[in-house]
Design a protein around this ligand. Structure first.
Ligand code: BG6
Length: 609
C-alpha cells in the first residue's frame, strides 16, 4: 500500500524523508509528497515516481528539521498531484500523511460539510485531516484528544503522521491495522511504514499497537492509549543489516533477491534444524501441539497462497492429515467450518496483508489454533498469531516475491516432516534422510543459478514479444506452475495461465497454436509419463515446449527446449523448479524494457481490502 515516513530531530529533514521514501517505493508509486516544517509548513507533491518529486525539489533550500513524507498507491481518487499526500485541513491547521483506507469517509464528509468544511481532493485522507481539525477545535483539549476521538469515529485501516500548526516541534502518529514503526536515534525520532526506510539511521525501534498514538518530539517519543493515558513501549533492536536494503551492484532488486536465495534458504534451514532434528521451540510450537492436529487450513494471498498449494501436497503425502488451501479474501467471508483440533496456517511475507490478517482473526474468533509463517519481524500477523515461524529471507524489496517464497517453502517442508514424525507416519531413518536432503537444496539452487542464468536470459529474449504463455504440470509440478505463471504476469504483463496437465484437453488446448510458449514442469517420477504425453499433445498442435526436469526424467520427445535441474526428493522439487521460473519472468521483463521492481498497479503488501 502507501509508504509513510517522518523525522523530527537535529538534521535537515528533506534528505532523510526522500531517502526513506526511496526505500518504501515498493509500497506504491502513483505520486509522492513531503511537508517540511521550518517557520511554516511547506508542502511539495508530484504525480508518478519519487524521481519526479526529487526533480521538483532539486533547487529548493529546505532547512526544516521536522517533516513527513508519503509515496502513494491510489485507492480513492486517481493518481494525480491534487490527490497526492500530504493533505491539509481547510485552514492548514492540520497536515497529514496516511497509509490505509477510511471506509466511512463519505458519511464523515457529509457531517463535516454541515460544519462548513470544503474538500479539494477525492481522497479519504483529506477527510482525516479535517475530522482531526474538527475535534481539535470543538474540544480544545489538544492533539491526543483530537486524534483519539478521530480513531473512535472513523472505520478502516490507517497509519497516520500528523503535524499540528500549534505544535511546531512535534509529529503525532497513530495506527490501526496499517503497519508503523517508530525509530529512536541520537539525532532524532523517526516514523515509517517499514524498517528499510529508517535502517540507515537506527536499529532501535518501537512497535506501536492498534488504536495507539504517539508524540515524536526531537529527543523522545511519548505513547498514548485510546483513553489518552501515557503508556510504556519496549525498545527493540532490528537485526537486519543495511546492505540487504540496497541493490548491491545488481540492476534490479528482483535479480539480487533471486541470487540471495541459496543463502536465505540455508539460513532458514539452520534456524530450525540441527543434530538431525527439527526444533520449533522458538515459536513455542511443541510436539504435543502438533500431535493433536487433525486437519490443517492454509490461508494466504498471491504467491504465498501458491506456497500453500505446494505445502498441501507435501503435508498430506507425508502426514496423511487433510489440508485445505484457501485464498484469504475468500476464507474470511465464506464462514469456514473450523474444527477445534485443526490448525490454521497463515503464510505472509509482509505479515500485514489485510485479507490474511482478517483470516487470522476469523480463525482466532473461532477458537482455532493459528500459526503464522511470516518474514517481517514484529508485523501484525506475527504478533497476533498463536505461534509464528519466521522465514529468514531478510527485507524483500522487489514487489514480486522470490526469496521469501523460497524460504516459506522450506518452513512448510520442515512443518510437514516434523508433523509426520510426531504422527509416526515416517520412521526416524526417513526423518533424517529428508533432513539430509533438505540441506542439499542451497547448493542445488546455487548450481541452477550458476549453470542456467545465461541460458535462460538468451531463451527469454526469444519470447519478449509474446502475448500468451501456459504453464503445465501434475501434482507438485502443477502447484509450482501456478507460481511460475503469476510471476510472469506480475512483472512482464504477459497474459499466462497455469494448468493441471491432465486438464488441458478439456478446453484450454484450443488456445494452443504455432509457437505458443508452454512451460512444462516434469519432476514427479510417479506421473512423469502422463505429463510428458500431455506435452506431446500440445507440441503436436504447434506449441513451443520449454520443459524443466531433472536428468533422470527424459522429456526430449516432448520438448523444444530443456532446462535441466539437479535431482532431489519428490517433495522438494518446487524449491528447484521455481528458480528457472523466476529467472524466466525476470529476463522476459527486462527484455521488454519494463520496471521489474515496481510493476504497474501492484504493491509489495496490500494492507487494505
Ligand atoms: C502482493 C505481492 O501484493 O501480495 C505478492 O505483490 C505477494 O508478491 C502478495 O505474494 C501477498 O503478500 P504477503 O506479504 O502476504 O506474502
Amino acid at each position: 500500500m502507501c509508504g509513510i515516513v517522518g523525522y523530527n530531530g537535529k538534521n535537515k529533514a528533506v534528505d532523510i524523508l526522500l531517502d526513506g521514501l526511496s526505500k518504501l517505493e515498493y509500497r506504491g508509486y502513483d505520486s509522492a509528497g513531503i511537508a517540511i516544517r521550518d517557520k511554516d509548513i511547506t508542502i511539495f507533491k508530484a504525480k508518478g515516481k519519487l524521481s519526479n518529486l526529487k526533480e521538483k525539489l532539486a533547487n529548493e533550500k529546505l532547512k526544516g528539521t521536522c517533516g513527513i513524507g508519503h509515496t502513494r498507491w491510489a485507492t480513492h481518487g486517481e493518481p494525480n498531484e491534487n490527490n497526492a499526500h500530504p493533505h491539509i485541513s481547510n485552514d492548514g491547521n492540520i497536515t497529514l500523511v496516511h497509509n490505509g483506507i477510511i471506509e466511512n469517509y463519505q458519511e464523515i464528509v457529509e457531517k463535516l460539510k454541515r460544519h462548513n468544511y470544503k474538500f479539494y481532493s477525492e481522497t479519504d485522507t483529506e477527510v482525516l485531516a479535517n475530522i482531526i481539525d474538527y475535534y481539535y477545535k470543538k474540544y480544545k483539549i489538544g492533539p491526543i484528544d483530537a486524534i483519539n476521538r478521530t480513531m473512535v469515529r472513523v472505520r478502516g485501516s490507517y497509519a497516520i503522521a500528523v503535524m499540528f500548526k500549534d505544535y511546531p516541534d512535534e509529529i503525532w502518529v497513530a495506527r490501526k491495522d496499517s503497519p508503523m514503526i517508530i525509530g529512536e536515534a541520537k539525532d532524532g525520532m523517526y516514523v515509517a511504514s517499514d524498517v528499510p526506510a529508517i535502517l540507515k539511521y537506527t536499529r532501535n525501534v518501537y512497535y506501536i499497537d492498534n488504536l495507539e498514538a504517539a508524540c515524536l518530539k526531537k529527543d523522545k517519543v511519548i505513547f498514548y492509549d485510546l483513553n489518552g493515558d501515557i503508556i510504556q513501549k519496549e525498545l527493540k533492536e532490528i537485526k537486519w543489516d543495511l546492505s540487504v536494503a540496497e541493490k548491491g551492484g545488481y540492476e534490479h532488486f528482483m535479480i539480487k533477491e533471486i541470487n540471495e536465495e541459496p543463502d536465505v534458504i540455508k539460513k532458514t534451514i539452520s534456524y530450525y534444524t540441527g543434530n538431525d532434528k527439527i526444533d520449533f521451540a522458538k515459536s513455542n510450537l511443541n510436539k504435543e501441539d502438533l500431535k493433536n492436529i487433525k486437519e490443517i487450513y492454509i490461508v494466504a494471498c498471491g504467491s504465498a497462497y501458491h506456497v500453500g498449494v505446494c505445502a498441501a501436497y507435501v503435508i498430506e503425502d507425508l502426514t496423511r492429515i487433510p489440508v485445505r488451501v484457501d485464498i484469504a479474501s475468500e476464507f474470511r467471508y465464506r464462514k469456514p467450518i473450523l474444527n477445534k483440533d485443526s490448525l490454521v496456517v497463515i503464510i505472509s511475507q509482509s505479515g500485514e496483508t489485510a485479507d490474511s490478517l482478517a483470516a487470522l482473526r476469523e480463525a482466532k474468533n473461532a477458537g482455532v489454533k493459528t500459526l503464522g509463517i511470516v518474514n517481517v519481524v514484529g508485523s501484525s500477523i506475527a504478533r497476533e498469531a498463536d505461534h509464528v515461524l519466521y522465514t529468514m529471507a531478510g527485507p524483500e524489496i522487489a514487489v514480486a516475491t522470490t526469496k521469501a517464497f523460497s524460504t516459506q517453502l522450506i518452513v512448510c517442508y520442515l512443518l510437514a516432516i516434523e508433523l509426520a514424525m510426531v504422527k509416526e507416519q515416517i520412521t526416524k531413518k526417513e526423518y533424517i534422510e529428508l533432513l539430509k536432503e533438505i540441506n542439499t537444496l542451497p547448493t542445488k539452487v546455487e548450481s541452477i543459478l550458476k549453470d542456467s542464468t545465461n541460458t535462460i536470459q538468451k531463451l527469454s529474449s526469444q519470447f519478449a514479444s509474446i502475448h500468451d504463455a501456459f504453464y503445465i504440470g501434475r501434482g507438485l509440478d502443477y502447484a509450482i506452475s501456478l507460481e511460475g505463471s503469476l510471476k510472469l504476469k506480475e512483472v512482464s504483463y504477459i497474459h499466462s495461465e497455469a494448468y493441471a496437465a491432465g486438464e488441458l484437453k478439456h478446453g484450454t488446448i484450443s488456445l494452443i497454436e504455432d509457437n505458443t510458449l508452454v512451460i512444462g514442469i516434469v519432476t514427479q517420477e510417479y506421473i512423469a509419463e502422463k505429463t510428458i504425453s500431455n506435452l506431446i499433445e500440445v507440441k503436436s498442435r504447434g506449441g513451443y515446449i520449454v520443459s524443466i526436469a531433472p536428468k533422470n526424467i527424459d522429456t526430449s520427445k516432448a520438448s523444444n527446449f530443456i532446462l535441466t535441474i539437479p535431482e532431489t526428493s519428490k517433495y522438494f522439487y518446487p524449491s528447484l523448479t521455481v528458480i528457472p521460473l523466476q529467472l524466466l519472468a525476470y529476463y522476459m521483463t527486462v527484455s521488454r524494457g519494463l520496471d521489474v521492481d515496481k510493476p504497474r498497479n501492484l504493491a509489495k503488501s496490500v494492507t487494505v481490502e
